[in-house]
Ligand binder design. Structure first.
Ligand code: GCU
Length: 496
């Protein structure tokens, strides 16, 4: 194709314009740069690409994946003393690890985090897999007297079996908070809605009467059918069928999933609209905090067995579920779905997603600002890498011990990408096991030599211990592991 001179320069101008617009930093990029300035970071290394065809593709060669052969030792205190007893773990090592994860990785919750007042906004009687449930929309209102311009109302949907004989165990799931299987109007109500709908249409266009006359059976609103509409999420069906309750917790209502939102949500509210300091919490910690506040409320509901409330999530929500359970010892169990980097995947593995991917403007908001240091190439912190992080993922997972932790992944062939590093996550789970055995519980039962650990074939369920592992044969979801999770959790909490 030939272009005339003016057309060519026009295109050139348009291209220049577009790239200039593309260069204007977004709100997230501005906030990210502000955090770099606070830390004196001049340059961050870019993370590798998830696209295997890209010139900067992430490493997927297992032979090159372990340049850091020694991970921080779970059972050695920072001052070199070995951890020799359960008491020493609880009194010294666990608090030391908590402090490091707060300061360097996920951030601290402000001492004066807003208080939450919960109320039931609406209720619905639904059927899930043929079983009656009570479903309620909950609103957790955050006290915003310190910054009235920032309103935060946490949304959650509570679903409990209607015919339970006593309090039920419950799983808080990071998921959209909506009615799982909304009840439908009966024949009478449906007819009334339908009449009102037709009247409205006739008001707008009286000539429609001819069409209605031609099709006397036409209905805009159909009465609810039997069996009732199946729920939107079959994990909920599995949980209800097993007699568990569910609470769907909407993370976006706690804290937005981007850097642009850091001056709003609970993080912004606690800061009265100011930018974060490097030690303050990121979105993962804020979402975990939200789960803890929901737990506060659930412990007061008589339908819920407060001693057996767990937390679940997949992907970024899998990271958040692990963070929630690691810091808040009231969670009896955690189902960690496909959590990857920032979750169970070791920082010290050159395979798939890297520390540098989480220090960039697209993901840094999940973490404390301090975490940016470990992607720094130039500046005040000097050049730092994953090897400089004082802790690693196996130690985060170990914070859940001796409680119940289930690590779940799918397979790359079905879309649970290699990016997540299933093998590395298995190694971290193996390494974490020592915390369970020290505390008198069982780990995966495959030793603790993470360097020699090889991921077992998919569908191998390592569920004898309080720490469990299973890679299912599905994709980027934990739904195919829900039944195994329940079989394991029920047995461990004495329901079977
Ligand atoms: C990206 C990101 C992961 C994250 C995932 C998700 O792939 O790199 O760290 O877990 O998104 O949450 O969907």
């Amino acid at each position: 194709m030939r272009l005339s001179g003016w057309r060519r320069s026009g295109l050139l101008l348009a291209a220049m314009f577009l790239s200039a617009a593309g260069d204007a930093p977004t709100a997230a990029e501005q906030d990210h740069r502000g955090m770099m300035r606070q830390l004196g970071i001049v340059e961050l290394r870019p993370g590798p690409s998830g696209d295997p065809e890209a010139p900067n593709a992430a490493n997927y060669d297992p032979a090159k994946a372990n340049p850091y052969s020694v991970w921080p030792d779970l059972m050695t205190m920072a001052d070199g003393r070995p951890v020799t007893s359960a008491a020493m773990w609880k009194r010294e090592r666990r608090p030391e690890l908590v402090e490091l994860f707060e300061r360097e990785i996920y951030g601290r919750i402000p001492a004066l985090a807003p208080t939450v007042t919960w109320r039931v906004d609406s209720a619905d009687r639904e059927f899930i897999g043929g079983r009656p449930v009570l479903a309620q929309q909950l609103i957790g209102h955050l006290d915003n007297r310190g910054a009235p311009q920032i309103a935060v109302d946490i949304r959650a949907t509570l679903v409990v079996p209607a015919n339970a004989k006593g309090p039920v165990p419950l799983l808080i799931m990071f998921a959209p908070a909506r009615y799982p299987a909304p009840s439908q109007p009966d024949a009478r109500d449906a007819a009334r809605l339908d009449e009102a709908m037709k009247a409205l249409l006739l008001q707008r266009d009286p000539s429609l009467a001819a069409i209605f006359a031609k099709h006397p059976g036409l209905a805009f609103v159909e009465p609810g059918s039997f069996p009732p509409t199946p729920p939107r999420d079959d994990r909920v069906t599995t949980l209800i069928a097993d007699g568990w309750g569910v609470a769907l917790l909407d993370t976006a209502s706690i804290q937005a999933d981007d850097g642009a939102g850091l001056r709003e949500g609970v993080i912004g509210l606690a800061n009265q609209g100011r930018a974060r300091t490097p030690e303050q919490w990121g979105a993962l910690r804020a979402w975990g905090w939200g789960a803890s506040r929901l737990l506060d409320y659930l412990t007061k509901r008589r339908e819920v067995d407060a001693a057996h409330v767990g937390v679940e999530g997949v992907s970024r929500w899998g990271k958040a579920a692990l963070v929630a359970a690691a810091f808040d010892e009231r969670f009896a169990t955690v189902l960690i779905g496909s959590s990857g980097e920032g979750g169970v995947k070791p920082h010290r593995r050159t395979f798939g997603e890297q520390v540098e991917n989480l220090t960039g403007a697209g993901s840094y908001h999940w973490m404390a600002g301090n975490f940016l240091k470990y992607g720094a190439e130039k500046g005040r912190p000097g050049r730092k890498t994953a090897a400089d992080i004082p802790v690693d993922a196996h130690e985060l997972l170990a914070l859940v011990a001796p409680r119940l932790a289930f690590v779940s992944y799918g397979i790359p062939a079905q879309g649970d990408a290699e990016w997540l590093d299933q093998q590395g996550s298995y190694m971290a789970t193996i390494a974490a096991g020592r915390a369970w055995t020290l505390l008198g519980k069982r780990d995966l039962g495959r030793g603790n030599d993470y360097r020699a650990a090889v991921i077992p074939p998919p569908t191998t369920a390592l569920i004898d211990g309080e720490l469990a592992w299973r890679q299912h044969e599905g994709g980027h979801t934990d739904a195919p592991n829900m039944e195994t999770f329940l079989r394991w959790a029920d047995q461990k909490i004495g329901r079977r």
